[in-house]
Design a protein. Sequence first.
Length: 417
Amino acid sequence: MEPPLATPHRVHIPWQGLLLTVSLLTFWNLPTTAQVTIESVPADAAEGSDVLLRVHNSPENLRAYYWYKGKRAVESQLIALYVIATQHTRPGSVYSGREKIYPDASLLFQNVTKKDTGFYTLRTLTMDLHEELASVQLHVYVCQTCTVTTSPLYCVPGWGLSIECRTHTRLALIEKKDFAAITVISVITGHLLFVLYTAELDKPFITSNNSSPMEGKDSVALTCEPETPDTTYLWWINGRRAPDSDRLELSKDNRTLTLLRVTRNDTGNYECGTWNPVSANQSDPVTLNVLYGPDSPITSPPVSHFHPGDNVSLSCHAASNPPAQYSWLFNKRPQSFTQELFIPSVTANNSGSYTCLVHNSATGLSRTTVKNILVLAGKASGLSVRTIAAIVTGAVLGVVLVVAVTCFLLLRRTGRY
């Protein structure tokens, strides 16, 4: 049903207070590698809304991030620091409770005010203690009074609304209540501002077209839900911003992340975030479980020759997700359905080919490897030096005893004894 027609009204409303516009100008130092840059999302924001200072080209192998208020990295002006290893944020002396550092070093300012005017400095520290600085300047433009004309005078969310404002302010927050806001988002054309109704965001969640993809075969599309107009979507993999990769594709609105021909290295936690001028939110992590294997099995021990009477234990291992099922064949005859095969007191009859068969029921793949065992003819002594010495000593004593008895009998027979 079409909305009822409303007769245009021109009502001049004196606006008391402050109409604030935030403009962000970025500056950065010049490192020897790729420059750290800071992007404002959105480029303009209103008092009471949020500003995301998104960091690009942050160095690899980082130890920590530091955000300071001012143009220098001074401890007394520390807002907060983020430790990579523990994923812990420690507030600084000028932390107001409205700042949040993301794992990729981006800083979210919530409910910006005129007092937030000034410079802000990011300091990155690598594992080899290399430091890099980047700064951003926050300007707040003030209009003490303005006259606003609206047409129609009354409307509901979703309707168009025209506002004429006689001021040089480029951005004005008109209303923010009941989890919603009407925000002026475009530059002034003459005195006309274009208006958009923006809702406060719900907590996002991730859906997947394949919860158990197979390595080298399947592609996975992760979608950040729900779909919301005029929303910026962000992605993190294992706590870091999704990197640029030939196997990662983002939809035009960044809402869907596609992993092409997944590998086992894609296993991990995936998160999405949503942002608009009213609020920011982040999903719970979703774990991607990539099925793979089994790889070619490896058997142990490496030796293949044994002596009769030896106890032999053969084991087999293959990388696989989920873990593989194992079985053994001896000369093509089934022996056991275990990862280890124990053969007590081997004989020549145990010589032959031992096949380890591994199977992954999820991928449907199987691998085999063959180990040839040879039991040598003859029994190895397997005796210790002490045992051998005792046997030799006993044999010598036995010979001496036999000789002594023989001599005694001969002497007695000849009458010499």
